[in-house]
Design a protein around this ligand. Structure first.
Ligand code: CA
Length: 226
């Protein structure tokens, strides 16, 4: 069960969405315009937003950019078949996932569960382990081979974000958006500089990477050395 915000201007779809999501035990509020959606998302702090891309006042992707400047609430974009090009733009703007219309409620529910699961493991109340590395997220402590590693707050946030996604490649753009909360990007070298500090503190170098692996042209991955 989650608190959901539905932003959808089509009365018929909105009614069906609200009914379907409530039947599945969610608490649902809904609005029909982008600006009302932005306001509700900020004031009500829902667990997740289901966002229609084609809205009367603003494009859904525009709303997403504005929302990402102030909030990390998970967003699933709902897109009509002829808006498929918009999906890429929406994902770039910070959407967590999408469904194509017409979709079945079971499909949306499965996406909602997956996105919420990912979101909660991202700010996990757990200790993450990657090879010799342990990241105690709530305690903000890191050990490497059992020895404590002294990190700055930003270095810790960066490492915890990567550890929560261990084994997958994360783009620098995503790091900029999610760790630095700069949805429009920031100084070019910010991520690189922090990664190199992190490497040094983990006793690695870019030429001899162990846990922190750069994937050229894509991003960076935290993983057990193959
Ligand atoms: Ca629409």
């Amino acid at each position: 069960m989650a608190e959901l915000l539905v932003v959808e201007d089509d009365e018929r779809i909105r009614t069906a969405l609200i009914r379907g999501l409530r039947e599945r035990g969610h608490v649902v509020t809904s609005v029909g315009t982008a600006l009302a959606g932005l306001q509700r998302a900020v004031e009500d702090r829902p667990d997740l937003v289901v966002l229609d891309l084609g809205l009367p006042d603003l494009d859904g992707t525009e709303l997403l950019r504005m929302l990402r400047a102030v909030s990390r609430v998970p967003v699933i974009v709902a897109t009509a078949r002829d808006e498929d090009a918009g999906v890429v733009a929406a994902l770039d703007a910070g959407a967590d996932d999408y469904v194509s219309k017409p979709f079945r409620m079971e499909q949306l529910e499965a996406r909602i569960r997956a996105v919420l699961r990912r979101a909660s493991s991202a700010d996990a109340d757990a200790t993450l382990t990657v090879g010799p590395l342990t990241v105690d997220v709530p305690g903000r402590r890191v050990t490497h081979g059992g020895r404590p590693v002294d990190l700055s707050p930003k270095e810790f946030d960066l490492l915890a974000y990567l550890a929560a996604r261990a084994g997958t490649v994360v783009s620098k753009r995503e790091l900029m958006r999610e760790v630095w909360q700069l949805p429009y990007g920031g100084p070019d070298k910010t991520v690189d500089v922090h990664l190199s500090w992190l490497r040094r503190k983990l006793g690695e170098s870019a030429t001899a990477p162990q846990l922190l692996q750069t994937v050229r042209g894509v991003g960076v991955r935290l993983a057990e050395p193959g």
